[in-house]
Design a protein around this ligand. Sequence first.
Ligand code: GCU
Length: 601
Amino acid sequence: MKTISLNGKWKCKSDIENIGIQNKWYIPENYNLNDKNLKDIEIPKSFNFLNGFENFEGIFWHFYQFELNEEKDLKNNDYQIRFKGTNYNSKVWLNGRFLGEHNGGFTPFSFIVNNLIKERDNFLVVRIDNTRKKDQIPAIYFDWFNWGGIYRDVDLSILYKNRLNNVTIKTILITKQKSRIDVSYNIKGEISLKWQIFDDTKTYILYEGNVPERSGKGYFNLIINNPKLWSPNTPNLYYLRIYDISQKTEELLIFDTHFGIRQIEINGINLILNKEKIVLKGVSLHEEYMPYGRTIPHEKRKEDVLNFKSLGFNAIRTAHYSHDADLIDIADKVGILILEEIPVYWSCDFKNPQTYKTAANMLKELIWRDINHPSVIWWSVGNEVPLHNMACSKFIKSLMDLARKIDNTRIVTVVSRKLIPDLIRKSVDIATINSYFGWYFPHERMISFILDLIRTPVFNKPWIYTEFGAGAKYGFHADWDKQVKFSEEKQLQVLDYTIRTINSKDYFAGWFIWIYRDFRAPQRLNKFQKGYNRKGIVSEKNNEKKLIYYRIPKIINIKRKTYNTKILGILLWIISFPFSYLLFTRMMNQFLEHRVKKESF
Ligand code: GCU
């Protein structure tokens, strides 16, 4: 396989009247380089970086002319154009012909272009519309900036006709000293293959084998004794290469990736990594690093991950959508766990089958992109959705079933902010809670009792405190005892107390500070925020580290002495039961009276 980058100097123009399709902007004859509305843009880059379009939400057309630079060989090759990330609705044409469209802002998609691509003068056109809509995922309201455009790489892959799709590498620990590696795949065409597993220097072949001529689905496995396990502290990697040896003359490399031997499980209230209990100490991260926006250079992403590790974190929650695959590769190699999520966020059109299809497609695209990354240990199918609502619960439950069907080796959950039991907490692998004690509602000193209380009905599985935090404007200070909002002192007090309290709860398998870096949030406009969410432990300028940043290494593993309020929590539930029963029956009676009246007309 060969990949040609289509990054580089593109042209683009806005389409405020939405006339581009009817005026056929996508055919080469209508493309005029003297068009004064055409602007230069260095793809990958969001069009919100263009002067005058900083807050633009609407339609932008992108144009790119490129050569194939080699003779087209349709006998042996397929030609695929791939987009790693565009936001939100993307319609794509090549040489005047429509290839298709994609909805979603954070997962890869591609088109086979065999009959359209030429050896020279190819004209690629991409219409992107980032307008928020009720039936999209996410819908109208979300707490981040809606960067639009082609903000991740675009490339052209020249694929072998006979190849493998959906290669899945499952690593099962029979014991810590004995692992089984199951490799399964779908075959396009017919292939007899040879596989080799290399050590992490990619120099020595540790294991190899052959699979005779086959089509459809394929599978092979092997036992590795005394494996070098992958974990955040020991990010040991192996490399798998698969060759098509059906051509007598040559061996074609058709698959090549790193993988890690690790196993994530749940046992009672404990999260287990490689047969040992692990507690996640993490931080959430939006994919935004100014002045790059979402198009973050590799070395900046790596710098982030190394900073997280230096603070003592062992996990990152990629809020609230999948980040560039480069971050996941770095996490595999540097050693940090990743919790991924699709942006089914707050209120969506849960009754709309098309909306469900969009969410399901995103989930499939995410899982198939990252299924072989050892750092990824969980799929979250949403965040802070109205789980008391039946339609929403069915939507979320279907997504969780889909995630488990594709990948039964990782944790599947949804991130909840419900303090009272919701319909879904019974079905998640791990219970979650977002709650901002000490910020959105009274004092963080309530947290120990409230957590014991909400945990009571869901006592048989681990919990993760997925979001807690407090805003602080970098450089704004106030007296420690004054608890002044948006002061660095207040932020430190809230986070310090919360971390030490959760560390003392054995049923919490981890926690995640919201959030590492201040990020653009257009709705947040008070004098401290000015269009940013300020709950970061560093400002959007990155080198501005707030007081809590220096405190974290000192408290990350410290437990606060808490009183055991589990018994009190159980008693409260028992006492509250009659009241809730009376309330429920009263509501049912009112509902039935209303129904009777209605039907008696
Ligand atoms: C919510 C939500 C975040 C949001 C955060 C906040 O929990 O999940 O996306 O940014 O609260 O209010 O800062």
